[in-house]
Design a protein around this ligand. Sequence first.
Ligand code: ADP
Ligand code: MG
Length: 730
Amino acid sequence: MTSLRFKAIDNLRKNGKEELKPSPRITEIFNENVFTLKKARRYLSDDAYKSLVASIHAGKKIERQMGNYIASGLRTWAEERGVTHFTHWFQPLTGLSAEKHDSFFTLKSDGTPIEEFDGGALIQQEPDASSFPSGGLRATFEARGYTAWDPSSPPFIMEIGTGKTLCIPTIFVSYTGESLDAKTPLLKAVVALDKAAVDVCQYFDKNISKVNATLGWEQEYFLVDAGLANARPDLLLTGRTVFGHAPAKGQQLEDHYFGAIPERVYAFMRDFEQESYRLGIPLRTRHNEVAPAQFECAPIFEEINLAVDHNTLLMDIMNRVAKRHNLMVLLHEKPFAGINGSGKHNNWSMATDTGVNLLAPGKTPKTNLMFLTFFVNTIKAVHDYSELIRASIASAGNDHRLGANEAPPAIISIFIGKYLTDVLEEVEKRVGGNFDEQDEAILKLDIHKSIPELMLDNTDRNRTSPFAFTGNKFEFRAVGSSANCAGPMTVLNTIMAETLKSFKHEVDGLIEKGEKKEVAIMQVIQRYIVESKKVLFEGDGYSDDWEKEAAKRKLPNVKTTPLALDAYESDKAKKLFSDNKIYNHLELEARHEIMLEDYIKKVQIEARVMGDLASTLILPAAIRYQNILLENIRGLKDAGLPETAYAHQKAILTQLSDHINTISANVEAMIEARKKANDLTDTRKKAIAYCDEVKGKYFDLIRYHADKLELMVDDSLWLLPKYREILFLR
Ligand code: ADP
Ligand code: MG
């Protein structure tokens, strides 16, 4: 029987060239499957439309009757497009999106079949939620959970084959109101930031009445042949390869980055992009990434809640469309050892309802000071809560990437570029905060003239920083490629809200004491710079020197998820989240528990897959090869040849035996370590045991010997597709 590996390699030849159909103009298909306000205007009565708009812009509650009208207009629009079912679409803490479809079809009391969709069905549903992660929340209170419509993200039609479903973006909460999803806390953090930022904006412009956080994510991913991936149980079950020797050619030639996109990949990209445009995801960029078979796409930034929904939706679309092309998308942070991992840069800023980007250097002294205020407050927030920022990106997958010499380290630092470093130093130098006679000079710093040129071209960028200012936004680069952006963005918006509140409190205090407003602002900014400058770092974040330097500066450097997550349990975090009404203590404990559980399960599955593959695919191949060698030696002996004739074979035999025995003994020991870990009842201790005792002690060790075998065993006996095949065959 030919192995799956060789069948897949054989099939590659049959995949042939994709036929590229001409693409429609993007503007013609953009938002085609979205119930935008423009469509709402057409399908809703005046009152219903106004009620919807008030809900979107001012968070006003939609009355029951209005809900019915909106639902009815929505159904008409959907049915005209062939939709038969609807679903509440939500983002539980599984990292994926969830949906439960119901048809519009129902029976009247006399048995007449009708199609119906009322306000109740639009606004609230009770999915059977008992099997979503809840960190014990629902068990403690009430088994039920419900989904509730989030009007700020528009309904859309998901097309799968010829089936069409109306999807209504919702939040997911327990019956007693605790959040059970990624979005609820994000929406709360957005509200907190809005309030705190608007308050601070009043110093500069009384016309500002709303501040929206904005997000533009950059999604990295690997794309591989599905046939080959299907012959790798580790890829299928864990999203990464737990074995595999580095290929002779990796990424050392750096010939992939921005190189020509292979045709098969190009066909896939065009296909998923078109689906994305129909769903209103404003994709703009596509290119090859550094590693072979690695790519990236990025949209135009949007209001943060919508951007998060769009990223979740995109990951789903990519997975689905890839299947049509017999490809597989790998969103894991580190699918291949020794080759770059994938991240999801989160470009973040804040925009006012007057059209100002608060992190864009201004054109006048007044707006310059506003920029400096928000800029320095962000630095202070990240400095004060760097443990939480670190915790927000912690996951089993990201542990392989952070600090692995190609990704930002687990040390949170901020890069701001030379010019702004000079500006902050300038401000800091004014000892005693005496800006009185010099404030004109400060305000006239030519920030606006110099930054755009310096920052917006790529020359003054640092790609090794986990958190970098890039001219008019901060780019949080340490986020994992498979993560839901909502987690890190909830933390970032919350710490920013908290910092801005303190800032305002302190400035107001100085003004009350009779200080001039601008001077008071500059004094607090100056103190914030002094207090948080140790988080600023302009050098190479991947270097060993930085680790040493960071240790000197006492910056936290937590390398593993179970320990990084402790930050969610600190008194500081509890106070932060409850003061800003994001999580109460119970919700926070539940999140912590869920994240630990997720970590445990992922490492547990990897350990099992490792054991299985070693015992059933790797060792048997090695043993078969041993037999061939043995037969060969016996034959040579029988033919009367001297021992020197088979010395090489004997040497290989010995090495094979060594590797086989080491693997086998360590797989056994790993199983024992797992059993021990499983006996622990404390989730945190269990996660640490999985991290240190299972993964830490055995993963690399077993892999090292298995990968050695891969280099020795007859290629035709080896069952797992090799890196060179997965990464280079198209
Ligand atoms: P790169 O960082 O790769 O050079 P860009 O600077 O063009 O690329 O932008 C990367 C991402 O940042 C894009 O998604 C873009 O829309 C987003 N972005 C740009 N400005 C903002 C902003 N004010 N707020 C949030 N995201 C932004
Ligand atoms: Mg970028």
